[in-house]
Ligand binder design. Structure first.
Ligand SMILES: [Fe+2]
Length: 430
């Protein structure tokens, strides 16, 4: 195998180690549904193997199906998450055997496949990038399921750099064009393409994500009881759910607590707020006299280099996200304190744009001009419209393989079991 193939093989092995580590629990925990929002963990486990079989073995290599009879069970479009417990899915031991069998053949395919081949699935190893990113995304989903399960002791925690006072609250991004999206990043998805110029007026964006201290001040100021701060849909959500705090927060009358992977601990005031839905983020921003950044504003502040006039892969440049640059790849099971990554700042001075928490933007998930669906319509195209809001930047639970300046995530504005936070922006006063 050449170096590039060796790197792909290493990524395949790393993501599988991760999936297996998250599914080391008792059989009961794996087959049970912990929330109607989530699949049973063992469904995710076999689903990643089935996806790998479909795309690498069948589509890219033309190999006959290993187990065609289970395709329907693992087709995410056939059965919504809430109904998945009733599917005849494989049990933990069988699921592990199945994905291991698929993986063995995938490594054989990698060994002999021509990655210079003109097929867009083969070129630059796209199909391997597809399955590696897909599995990491399911691993993050499994972490959200483990958080909802409330079971202690299942999720590894680790150390993170300390926070610091990072200076002025906002950074200024002067008016001008920037190149949004990409034509050249090898494993970028269809929805990140094509690269296109976007002209923006000058704006201010928060240097850091909104922290727990600031968010608690919004609550203590009666933010959840004041319809002025909420859109009509947001106020409807607020009233119908009865939510008065982010998910997993509690107040005992004296102080704030949060529950994280089965442990209840004092709320760390200097961490980015996590587990808020789009409506909460939007209401906070209005209360603060600001708004959520548009997706374009977010991307320009994150990755545009105005000196070189080009987009960076990460805010700091092209270097891989080492532990002093960003909190990605489940180094610890939480966001890092505010100000922990001065070296990870973008060209305009915004920090922690990549890692820690997914950041809600004010934008709907829409195609870029010239969008072409690839490799299948259900990856992105069927989600475009005014139903899903875009999230950017990746969380502590996202892997570097599935995070970059141009990466777009999307979800319903009511979702908050995912590792979501936000930062605010405001237009320049004219
Ligand atoms: Fe999937």
């Amino acid at each position: 195998m050449n170096d590039f193939k060796e790197r792909i093989a290493a990524e395949l092995i790393a993501v599988r180690d991760r999936s297996l580590a998250y599914t080391e629990a008792d059989e009961d925990l794996l087959v049970r549904q912990h929330s109607p929002l989530m699949s049973p963990l063992v469904w995710d486990l076999a689903h990643v193997g089935n996806y790998e079989e479909l795309w690498v073995l069948r589509e890219a290599a033309g190999i006959d199906p290993v187990r065609p009879e289970i395709d329907d069970i693992y087709d995410a479009f056939k059965t919504p998450r809430k109904d998945r417990p009733s599917l005849p899915f494989l049990g933990p031991a069988e699921a592990r055997r199945y994905i291991e069998g698929v993986r063995g053949r995938v490594l054989d395919v990698l060994d002999r496949i021509d990655l210079e081949n003109a097929s867009p699935l083969h070129r630059d190893g796209f199909v391997f990038g597809l399955v590696i990113q897909h599995e990491h995304q399911h691993d993050e989903t499994m972490l959200a399921t483990l958080q909802l399960s409330g079971q202690p002791g299942l999720v590894r925690d680790g150390a993170l750099p300390p926070g610091r006072d990072a200076g002025p609250e906002e950074v200024y991004v002067p008016a001008g064009g920037f190149l949004m999206g990409t034509d050249t990043t090898p494993w970028a998805y269809d929805n990140e393409r094509p690269a296109h110029w976007v002209d923006l007026p000058g704006y201010w964006i928060d240097r850091l994500p909104v922290g727990n201290r600031a968010y608690a001040a919004f609550i203590e100021d009666g933010g959840y009881d004041d319809p002025r701060w909420w859109t009509p849909e947001g106020w409807h959500w607020r009233q119908s759910t009865g939510a008065t705090t982010p998910l997993f927060w509690e107040n005992d009358g004296r102080s704030w607590w949060r529950t994280r992977f089965g442990r209840t601990e004092p709320l760390p005031m200097d961490e980015p707020v996590q587990h808020v839905c789009w409506y909460e983020a939007d209401a906070y921003a209005r209360w603060a006299g600001k708004r959520l950044p548009t997706e374009a504003e977010w991307e320009k502040a994150c990755g545009w280099d105005p000196y070189e006039r080009r987009a960076r892969r990460y805010p700091w440049g092209e270097a891989d996200p080492g532990p002093s640059l960003a909190n990605l790849g489940h180094r610890a099971a939480r966001p890092a304190p505010l100000g922990a990554y001065p070296g990870g700042a973008g060209a305009y001075g915004a920090e922690q744009m990549v890692g820690d928490v997914w950041e809600w933007t004010g934008s709907w998930f829409q195609p870029y001009p010239g969008f072409r669906s690839f490799p299948y319509k259900e990856y992105s195209e069927v989600f475009f419209g005014q139903e899903y809001r875009v999230l950017r930047g990746g969380s502590w639970a996202a892997d570097p393989a599935a995070v970059r300046t141009t990466f777009r995530n999307w979800d319903y504005p009511i979702r908050r079991q995912i590792f979501t936070g936000f930062r605010c922006a405001r237009s320049e006063l004219v």
